[in-house]
Design a protein around this ligand. Structure first.
Ligand code: ZN
Length: 167
């Protein structure tokens, strides 16, 4: 049996020795390193019991130690895995923004062309739709001109009247 596997189950062996697998107990008894670790765990748990920290389970430190040992022994493989994952992820990352940028560009260009078609086509339509308004405005302008002419005629007439009265 691998020491790492035994070390991971050492807290279980400490807390519930009767439920621990017989091979784990046999290994701890035969393996000096695992036996030492078990004694360290026992000391740690005794210390924790003395400290009376009920919110932190006695399992925690033992399991954390076991996990730390696992990580320490598995560090090179984990690092390589992480490096490989980063490389593959980096490739994906470099491809993904490019695809996103291309898509964005396509949307922008396509949208722009579409917008251009839309803005170019309806231009005659609003002018046709607005032509009555423009006609009204033109007629208003004509009316204004007519009013101005009438006004000026009135003023001329007034001037003529004034001139006539003065005479
Ligand atoms: Zn061992």
């Amino acid at each position: 049996m691998i020491c790492r596997k035994v070390k991971a189950s050492l807290p279980d062996l400490l807390l519930a020795p009767e439920s621990a697998p017989a091979e784990v107990r046999a290994h701890v008894e035969s393996c000096a390193e695992c036996g030492r670790e078990l004694k360290e765990l026992q000391a740690t748990m005794a210390l924790m019991d003395a400290w009376e920290t009920p919110e932190i389970s006695p399992w925690f430190d033992g399991r954390l130690e076991a996990r730390l040992e696992d990580e320490r022994t598995a560090a090179p493989a984990g690092f390589l895995e992480r490096l490989r994952a980063r490389w593959t992820f980096g490739e994906k990352l470099s491809v993904r923004p490019l695809a996103a940028a291309t898509l964005a560009l396509m949307i922008a260009v396509g949208g722009g062309v579409y917008e251009g078609v839309i803005t170019q086509q309806p231009v005659p339509t609003p002018s046709q739709a607005a032509s009555p308004v423009i006609r009204d405005l033109q007629s208003l302008d004509e009316n204004a001109q007519v009013f101005q002419e009438l006004n000026s005629m009135d003023q001329q007439q007034d001037a003529g009247d004034n001139g006539g009265s003065s005479l």
